[in-house]
Every structure is written in C-alpha cells, then in structure tokens.
Design a protein around this ligand. Structure first.
Ligand code: SF4
Length: 347
C-alpha cells in the first residue's frame, strides 16, 4: 500500500467527520434507512428526497410495515419522485426481506429486486461494514481525477472498479465510501471542482497536472426521444375514468387517463382511430388541452381528448375517481398535471 493512498484515506475520513451534511438517513445507519435513502437518491437531488424519506419512514417505520402495505399506497407516497419502478421494486424486495431477513453481504443483496451493485455495496458497507467499494457517478468522477484518467468515466469502468478496490479503506469501508460520495457531491463537483478547499488535493494527480476541470472527459449526450400520447378524458358526473398501467415500462403500475401513443403529425382522423382502438370515442375535433413534460429520457406531450367509453374490456383495471381520490392513487407528476388541466378546463 502506498503512503499516498494511506494518507489520502486518513485526510478524507477526517474531513468527512468534520464536514459531512446532517442528513436524516445519517442519523440511523440501519440497512432499511440506507436502502431507502439510496434508492430515493438515484437520479434525484438530496433536497427533493429529504421530505419524501421522512414521510415514508414515518408511514412505514420498518421493512415489515412496508411489506404489509398495499402497492397503491406505496406508489402514492412515492408520487412526484419519478422512476416508479424503484417504488415497485422496493415493495417487492420488502416482501422478500420480511420473510427471509435482510442479507448482509453485497453479493446476496444484489439478488433482490431493484438492487444494483451500487446500492448493494452501499448497504453492505454502511450498515454491515463489508469491505466493498461503492462506485456511483460521484465516486467515479473523483477517482478519474485522483488518478488523472483521460477517458470518459463510463468507458473506464473495469479500470475504475479495480482502482476503487485499491483505494477502499478496508478497516473503515462505510465511512470511506460515504466520504468519497460526499467529496464528489460537495467539493469534487462536475465542471469546476473546489480544489482550493479539497482535503485530498495534495494526493490528486489531475490537480497536480492542472487537468481537474477537463477530467473526466464529457460523455456523449443521449438525445431525449419525443413521446406523444392521446389521452381520453371520460367523465361520469364529477368523476373521471382512470386506468392502471401494466407493471412494466414507463410509469408501470401507476394510474392514468387511458392513453395511446400517436404520431405527432397524425391528422385528427388517425388520432381518433387510435383512441377507438382503446375503446374511446373522441367527441370533438381537437383536444381540450395539452400537457408537456420533460422526463429523463423522453420529451412527453399529452393531448387530452374529451371522450366517451365504447368498450369496458379495452383495459385491465379501470375506475371512476373524484379529485379527492387522487392522493390515494399512484400518479406520475405528468399525469397529475394532466388531471389538473382537465379540472381547470372544465371549471
Ligand atoms: S483536488 Fe480538485 S480534482 Fe482533485 S479530488 Fe480534490 S476537488 Fe477533485
């Protein structure tokens, strides 16, 4: 073991002990809190996650409570956080753990629904002290800079995994992993790292070479694909028809206005035909409103069509609900906006 890495670990952990943020999941380091927080933090900012985490734990204080809950309630508590597959997997994994106990090793945790290598390593090292490195986007960026790696961080993965193993403090794997993640979140940030206040600057190769702003090289950006939906607004008095989506895929398991994907340039007659195929008859020549949302990988446009239902067998599970029912249903933020538009358009 080189002196450089030994001193880097000591400096990093000493900094973390003094400067770490006071976050609710750091007040209890049991496997459930680590698991829940890490799943919520995937693709989501800390400031957004904090109130969700606190509400979720207040409602489901233990894994057994989560396992015993209805999926609809779990999805409704998740409503607004996005990536709803996370909530469905959380619920399924809770069911398995409530029966068989919580695995303590990363390799066993990875067998649970929705637990990838990163989350499994976080739980195993933070809650059970297993010596496995955590390699998320923040840690990958820090490692690229510490080692002055030129390639974009995703192309470096095998190399990064090996280096993450070398850097890991095996006597203190949990604090070390958390400190690396915190350094990436607060100091070694994308674009313009704060090297002047960095606790490991004297061990950093990119900083020594003046390359810290260039590394890691930018990834190729993936274009967001447009997704155009024609949504049917079917009323019964002050109730609206919502159907539940299939479990898999975008917004899986959530409730929505019955919808069908259409070509953005399709003439009205084709949109009406597409709606007929899902058991709906559009009553006017144009939509009553349009909602646009930017999702992580899609640019979503929803055109809301006033419809009557012509078939009750076109969907698996449907029910008429009032506005008062919305909080009890799993709804995506996009669908909530659509329902608000429908409500305001008819007032
Ligand atoms: S010195 Fe700069 S580039 Fe190196 S780890 Fe610290 S913040 Fe990141």
């Amino acid at each position: 073991m080189t002196d450089r890495i030994t001193r880097l670990r000591d400096d990093l952990i000493a900094w973390f002990e003094r400067h770490q943020r006071d976050l609710p999941w750091r007040r209890r380091r049991d496997a459930y809190a680590v698991w829940l927080s890490e799943v919520m933090l995937q693709q989501t900012q800390v400031v957004t996650v904090v109130p969700y985490f606190e509400r979720f734990l207040a409602r489901f204080p233990t894994i057994a409570d989560l396992a015993a809950a209805e999926l609809d309630e779990v999805l409704s508590m998740w409503s607004g956080l996005g990536y709803y597959a996370r909530a469905r997997n959380l619920h399924r994994a809770a069911g398995i753990m409530a029966q068989g106990g919580i695995p303590t090793r990363a390799v066993e945790l990875r067998a649970l629904p929705g637990l990838g290598p990163y989350t499994a390593a976080a739980i195993a090292s933070f809650a059970f002290g297993e010596a496995v490195p955590v390699l998320d986007g923040n840690v990958a960026r820090v490692l690229c800079r510490l080692e002055a790696l030129e390639l974009p961080d995703d192309q470096n993965l095998p190399d990064l995994k090996q280096r993450a193993e070398v850097f890991l403090d095996r006597a203190r794997p949990g604090p070390f992993n958390e400190a690396m993640m915190e350094l990436g979140a607060l100091i070694c940030v994308p674009g313009d790292p704060r090297c002047l206040v960095c606790p490991v600057a004297k061990h950093c190769r990119a900083h020594a070479l003046g390359l810290e702003k260039r590394l890691p090289l930018a990834r190729v950006r993936i274009e967001k694909k447009p997704l155009h939906l024609a949504c049917g607004v079917v009323r019964d008095g002050d109730e609206l028809l919502l159907i539940r989506r299939a479990e898999k895929g975008l917004f899986g398991g959530l409730w929505e206005l019955p919808s069908v994907e259409v070509d953005p340039n399709a003439p009205t007659i084709d949109v009406k035909r597409a709606l007929q195929k899902i058991g709906l008859d559009a009553r006017s020549a144009k939509p009553i409103a349009t909602v646009r949302r930017t999702l992580t990988h899609r640019l979503l446009t929803m055109a809301l069509w006033d419809c009557v239902a012509t078939s009750k067998t076109a969907w698996r599970e449907g029910r008429f609900v009032t506005e008062a029912d919305w909080p009890t249903l799993g709804l995506s933020t996009a669908m909530r906006k659509a329902l608000e538009k429908v409500t305001t358009a008819t007032r």
